[in-house]
Write a protein of this length. Structure first.
Length: 747
């Protein structure tokens, strides 16, 4: 069917929208206004909640009908809801019905160009882009066991020739429940094109990527700039900017998101501010930094550009004896900045600074912080400037060798005040990147600092989140994903990005109990709450050293656990996860040994003796527990650890004649009693008596992962064991026997 280019086109657009907070951002309104000029009618279907302001913004689009429904069925059932609301008889009157959703942004080229081209093609259905499919089924639910090449469901247009057919109507009338993202793809998106193509309907994609079939899985995700610049693609994927870097690293070196945002920013094909504002509100800071590669290497040499007239300041907090080196560096590199020394000790102020002069030199002003927070005062004073640098010069408690801390301070100082050229490039970066609110030195990776990488939250998550709530900020955070933390206590910032802290300072009940480390975790989140991004930044010498050190770490890890045959990092990561679970490190306080009492009615959680290992007698590699049998006990059970699989050796119960420990749900292999499940149990055989003084000893003890991982990791070793005694562990025994057979067949 060809759309008549002369007469008016009757085209219905169905737009699926979802936002966890019910907020309609500018990119949605912009997209719909541009699309709507090519439609005769628009229905917006919102799954879940929608704010009053959001509804008003959607309704402001000419002729838009808004439907709000429960958040069920993903985009598939949202489309179905709109189709059902019209009915097949009414739908048959349209030349074309478009199903499109919020997961794409644009346009980067006029939609009119696309519609004009596709109207001229003799088709029954079409889309903008295709996924090239895969030879496997990642969800285990594809009927044919693979993903066929298909139009992507973020934009599919269906013409009257297909709308009136029983095949299309039956497809939607009998749509199965969609319970997950995997369902949405495997039960709709991935099968739609093949199903209707096999039924004889003609289809095409606007963006021609036929040359990429068999070369890449997902052209729009892997090559967005190429599709926009060279193939006229009018859209790009929203998730490009926060997708798990593991996916990118396995397919394209984690480059496309940064390439795309830089291209949009530099080319002007799309207002990148629409992207920045949406992402700052809706995305986790860790995801943004990883996907967008927010690690900037700025030159230490001056770069020719127009002269900046921005007002800048440097705030150094700490005793003058600690701040001296920082002040000298600021004088040399931030030559156009006003420099402030924040002093909070009486002796420092009275001994070094005349009250009338309030300066240490013509270039340094002194601020008395005895009546408040140095950081809050710096932020308040910074509002007279556009950009500022904050330095916490107070030294950490010295550790041996102190060269570890010297190196950390040197790198931090270089990352903010390396030279006049570097500082001018910092200011230029702020001025040319309106989305940037803070530049932070990268975390140190040498010595013990390495152990903190990715583990910044520790026990600080709840206090920081509580302060965010007190500030009225709803920045997406997760205890599994740390923000871009100024670990060294130094950073550059756009002064408007931290202005919210002034409100916090005026409300003395909020945030005052935070530790220094918690404040450092909070600051980048406040910046994001103000609508800005946080980047790591460093000069070339710091980047060079960091790259060398991190490459050394990666090579060392790969030498230990890599196969040497081209493992992807995702493969090695899975292997490390399994090994970590197998040799999990638990503190003695986290491990609990329990003795259960049977007083004639069986064992129960309410009648037992439990001791953390640190309260029991800890042996080298094991544990010892002494106890007295209470009255009324007719039987005992010993759980060597609660809630974890384990392997035990030399387990004994001393002090009672004839008492024997028998593994209830274990197997014996390589001299160990191996418990694959998370409820290991020994039953005590023999007679127990009130008042018996018994001593339980576990000579050697190891935490193990669950059954499936245990089989995977130990299967090879177990295949070599000729004699294995099986206890009451039928399912695990069956799995391991099967594993042994498989191993033998492959030899």
């Amino acid at each position: 069917m060809i759309i008549d280019p002369v007469g008016p086109t009757s085209r219905l657009g169905i737009y699926f929208f979802y936002d966890a907070d019910g907020v309609v951002d500018d990119y949605v309104v912009h997209f719909l206004r541009e699309l709507n000029s090519n439609l005769s009618e628009l229905i917006v279907v919102c799954n879940g909640k929608l704010t009053a302001e959001g509804r008003a913004r959607l309704s402001s689009i000419d002729g838009a009908q808004v439907i709000v429904r429960p958040n069920k069925g993903f985009d598939v059932w949202a489309y179905k809801a709109a189709l059902d609301s019209k009915g097949w008889e009414a739908l048959a009157e349209y030349d074309e019905v478009i199903m499109v959703n919020f997961t794409i942004m644009g346009p980067t080229h006029p939609f009119e160009t696309m519609f004009s081209e596709m109207d001229s093609r003799d088709l029954d259905f079409w889309g903008i882009t295709v996924h090239n499919g895969a030879t496997f089924d990642p969800w285990g639910t594809m009927e044919d066991g693979y993903i066929p090449l298909h139009l992507q469901s973020h934009f599919i247009a269906v013409r009257r020739s297909m709308l009136i057919g029983t095949e299309f109507q039956s497809y939607w009338d009998n749509m199965v429940p969609i319970e997950s993202y995997g369902d949405a793809v495997s039960k709709h998106e991935a099968i739609f094109t093949k199903r209707f193509s096999d039924a004889g309907f003609r289809w095409s994609a606007f963006v021609d990527t036929a040359d990429l079939v068999g070369k890449v899985y997902y052209p729009l995700f892997n090559m967005p700039v190429d599709l926009i610049e060279n193939r006229g693609c009018p859209i790009f994927k929203r998730k490009s900017f926060f997708a798990d870097p593991t996916v990118y690293l396995d397919e394209n070196a984690n480059q496309p998101a940064r390439q795309l945002i830089d291209y949009l920013h530099d080319s002007g094909r799309y207002d990148s501010a629409l992207v920045y504002r949406h992402l700052a509100r809706s995305s986790n800071q860790y995801d943004l930094r990883m996907a967008l590669n927010l690690d900037e290497v700025l030159s230490s040499a001056p770069v020719a550009r127009s002269e900046s007239h921005a007002r800048t300041a440097v705030f150094v907090n700490g005793a003058a004896r600690d701040a001296e080196l920082w002040l000298e560096q600021a004088r040399l590199s931030a030559t156009d900045a006003d420099i402030f020394l924040l002093l909070g000790e009486d002796a420092e102020i009275e001994g070094q600074v005349e009250p009338s002069a309030r300066t240490l030199s013509p270039l340094v002003r002194v601020v008395d912080t005895r009546d408040g927070s140095a950081l809050h005062m710096a932020v308040e004073l910074s509002q007279d400037y556009e950009f500022a640098c904050f330095v916490d010069a107070e030294r950490d408690q010295p550790t041996f060798p102190e060269s570890i801390q010297y190196a950390q301070r040197d790198q931090a100082r270089e990352a903010v005040l390396a030279s006049q050229g570097y500082v001018s490039n910092v200011i230029d970066f702020f001025e040319t990147h309106d989305s940037c609110g803070m530049l932070v030195p990268p975390p140190p990776v040498h010595a013990g600092y390495f152990g903190s990488l990715g583990l910044d939250w520790t026990d600080d998550f709840e206090p920081v989140v509580g302060t965010l709530e007190a500030l009225g900020l709803t920045v997406p955070v997760s205890p599994e994903k740390p923000p871009v933390v100024p670990i060294s206590g130094v950073f550059w910032f756009r002064t408007s990005a931290l202005a919210r802290l002034i409100d916090l300072a005026q409300n003395s009940t909020s945030g005052t109990a935070l530790t220094t480390g918690q404040w450092r975790l909070l600051l980048p989140l406040v910046v994001q709450g103000a609508g800005y991004f946080v980047h790591y930044s460093m000069p070339e010498n710091v980047a060079r050293n960091r790259l060398t050190n991190m490459t050394h770490y990666l090579e060392a890890l790969n030498r230990r656990i890599g196969s040497g045959v081209g493992d992807r990092f995702s493969t090695v990561d899975v292997r490390m996860s399994e090994l970590a679970r197998l040799s999990a490190v638990y503190s003695p306080a986290q491990l609990v040994v329990s003795v259960y009492w049977d007083r004639g009615e069986g064992f129960g959680e309410g009648d037992k003796l439990s001791l953390p290992y640190d309260q029991a007698g800890v042996l080298p590699g094991g544990v010892a527990v002494e106890f007295v049998v209470p009255a009324g006990v007719v039987g005992m059970r010993v759980d060597p650890v609660e809630g974890l699989g384990c392997a035990c050796r030399d387990v004994r119960l001393e002090g009672g004649a004839g008492l024997i420990l028998e593994g209830v749900n274990s197997m014996t292999a390589l001299g160990f009693d191996v418990f694959g499940g998370d409820d290991p149990q020994y039953l005590v055989r023999g007679e127990v008596a009130e008042g018996q003084k018994l001593r339980l000893t576990i000579g050697e003890f190891h935490v193990l992962p669950g059954e499936d991982s245990l089989i995977k990791l130990l299967g090879g070793a177990l295949a070599e064991v000729e004699e294995i005694r099986w206890s009451k562990s039928g399912r695990l025994a069956h799995k391991l026997r099967a594993a042994r057979k498989r191993l033998r067949r492959t030899r």
